[in-house]
Design a protein around this ligand. Sequence first.
Ligand SMILES: Cc1cc2nc3c(=O)[nH]c(=O)nc-3n(C[C@H](O)[C@H](O)[C@H](O)COP(=O)(O)OP(=O)(O)OC[C@H]3O[C@@H](n4cnc5c(N)ncnc54)[C@H](O)[C@@H]3O)c2cc1C
Length: 431
Amino acid sequence: MASGKRRVVVVGTGLGGLLTGAFLARRGHPVTFLEAQSIIGGRFTHIDYQGFAIPTGAFHAFPGGVRGHLFRCLCKVGVHVSLVEPAPSVMVAVDGQRLPLHLDMTRSQSPVLRRLVGVNRRGPVTRSAARMLIAGLMGRDLPAAEGMRRIGGTEAGVRLLDRLTKFALSVPAEEASAVELLRSILSQRFGREGFLIHGSGSMIGRIRAAAESSGAEVRTAAPVRRIIVEGGRARGVEVEGGESLDADWVIANAGVRRTLGMLGEHAPSRVVEQVATLRPACGFTHAVRSRNRLHEHLSIEIPLDLRHIDGIMPVSNLSRFLCPPEWHFALAYQWMDPAEDPEKQLEAGRRELLEHLGSGAEIMNTACYHSHNPTANIAQMIGQHGKSRPPAILPGIEGLFLVGHDVQGYGTAAELIGESCLRLWERLERA
Ligand SMILES: Cc1cc2nc3c(=O)[nH]c(=O)nc-3n(C[C@H](O)[C@H](O)[C@H](O)COP(=O)(O)OP(=O)(O)OC[C@H]3O[C@@H](n4cnc5c(N)ncnc54)[C@H](O)[C@@H]3O)c2cc1C
């Protein structure tokens, strides 16, 4: 290999893998992507289904908007995407009314916060939040629900937070980390979240094109069976079917648990124990269509009046590109309680959702993290809550780098991946 050039194999074409491979390809390294599925993008893409853009996970949403980490990553790999801003960020449906809630902290929203959360004075809230962050940095984190109580939030406020964490992180507020949530908010740098106007699949396609135009090769239906480790260093991978590929750097984006499985006896026991404590995420995403308009607003709806549905995204209000012109389209998210019967919860959620959206609404597709539904079989195995995610570099194995949602970092969803990519790329530039 010419000096400074490394042969790179990327295992998995989720957002983290694609971005990192595209970045390295642009730096002149020869890159091969190996993807187990027949499509690329993992949980951040969409499948075209009867003309609708059904996401494989991510709701086409971009938590940090144009000022976030993910946007910076895209700029570094030469990809431009168009975002539309929901306005306001959230619409809370409560007592038959819809109240606007801005996640942009520069806006004044005291009346809504006072009514919904019981909090309206910024000074004491900021001081309590700062104290929580400092305690968290010293290893004394709190459940998000407890954090809300500490800033003076009422039980109604805790209920609202619970819906938001179930919707965005797949965990109840009693289990979500207060510090992670606070850092997620801070990582958004007081900017606005955005929504991919052409859907997540278009962004994934552009990252792939950027990587290929720099010489990278993308292979689909090529599951990696084993990461080859010799003398404490990753040397390449073995693909299902027996073919081996040599590599100087292996970028693992298949999820931490699967990556540890591919390492077999070389998996560091401390990380294996740490990952064993992570719980799988549970949830259903319902894709709903209607000939009638489903919503009047451009915001994520948090329906506090409902019991099972945690959030509804009015997709076609935000972008007309994501469904046929004569239809309206929404995505609804339902957290699944692992202690309860999934079928009963699913049934109750579907019934409630259709009643809420009114006549004409029909559920086209429900993706469940644990089913073999086509839009769900690539959904995550590990919860979106990352209190104890392992690091990007495993102790005792050189040349192996983990990227993606399961890797340590703070931020919401894809923003977290963006942040960990930027950190890893700096490191790889120095290597
Ligand atoms: C319902 C839901 C809604 C979400 N909404 C949002 C949102 O609106 N905004 C947001 O920012 N984030 C959202 N997220 C989170 C976001 O989708 C994920 O954080 C992100 O897509 C994960 O990317 P990743 O890099 O970890 O890779 P993944 O998407 O996990 O991809 C891993 C890839 O590795 C492949 N793979 C696995 N095993 C192998 C193997 N042996 N060999 C080769 N390849 C393999 C898989 O097929 C897959 O393609 C949502 C997630 C879900 C589930």
